[in-house]
Design a protein around this ligand. Structure first.
Ligand code: 5GP
Ligand code: ZN
Length: 122
């Protein structure tokens, strides 16, 4: 855990968030500035800055993060089935549009219009 990291503080319960899921490895909550009708963030509880830092031994929890996405999207109201669906985004590094330096998965969904091409934080 990193003392001054916003998402570590949310994971520790020191800063409130609209939590939708928590287990030993992950916390998921609503983005404070949603870019779509449904905008969740899935955050590993341990501090890792970005995808640039992942190693082969991280494959298991990274895989779990991806398998959590459809479960959380569907549980939180994204339109079911292929006619619905959702978008997943992992911004990596400054040029990748990452603002919070703790790796996280964006889940964006809900009825259009919302801008598929826009960066989630824009
Ligand atoms: P990034 O640009 O790093 O991929 O995404 C960071 C996201 O975190 C942004 O979409 C932003 O709206 C969201 N965010 C920033 N601060 C907070 C906060 O204090 N609480 C919550 N729930 N989301 C936040
Ligand atoms: Zn952190």
């Amino acid at each position: 855990m990193s003392d001054n990291c916003l998402f570590c503080k949310i994971a520790r319960g020191e800063i409130p968030a609209k939590k939708v899921y928590e287990d030993d490895e992950f916390i998921a909550f609503h983005d404070i500035n949603p870019a779509a009708p449904l905008h969740l963030l899935v955050v590993p509880k341990h501090h890792i800055t970005s995808l640039l830092d992942v190693q082969p031994e991280d494959e298991q929890w990274l895989g779990r993060m991806m398998t959590l996405a459809p479960k959380l999207a569907q549980e939180n109201g994204c339109t079911p089935g292929y006619e619905g669906g959702f978008r997943t985004v992992v911004n990596t590094g400054k040029e990748g549009g990452q603002e919070i330096a703790h790796l996280h998965l964006h889940i964006l969904g809900g009825p259009r219009p919302w801008n598929k091409r826009a960066a989630p934080a824009a």
